[in-house]
Design a protein around this ligand. Sequence first.
Ligand SMILES: O=C(O)C(=O)C[C@]1(C(=O)O)C=C[C@@H](O)C=C1
Length: 112
Amino acid sequence: MAATPQPADALPRTMSEVRQRVDALDRALVPLLVQRAHCMHDAARIKQHAHEVRDEARIEAVVHHVRALAVQHGGDADFMETLYRAMMDCFIAYEARLFAQRSRTATDLERP
Ligand SMILES: O=C(O)C(=O)C[C@]1(C(=O)O)C=C[C@@H](O)C=C1
């Protein structure tokens, strides 16, 4: 998502150009998402009880934060909230799986 609208002469004219831009953004995004997923390993190691994995108060705090960040970067707060709620559901499912594995093996997980 660009911080400011692009000048008309810099706008992509073809789908190939649009997709090149999307691919470049994904190359930047995926490593950050991998790092975010690594935080779930840490959370699954630190949390003591399965009911702590989903933390509604923290979810609302993250949503509040990313809505403000979206606006700050010229984006749409409602879109960012929808994206983050769906994404956090995925992270929570991932963390729950890690927590269950940890509980089964009764050993602390190491970061990959
Ligand atoms: O902050 C936590 O407790 C986390 O485990 C991280 C995270 C997140 O994806 O940001 C995931 C699960 C919780 O429900 C809240 C937030």
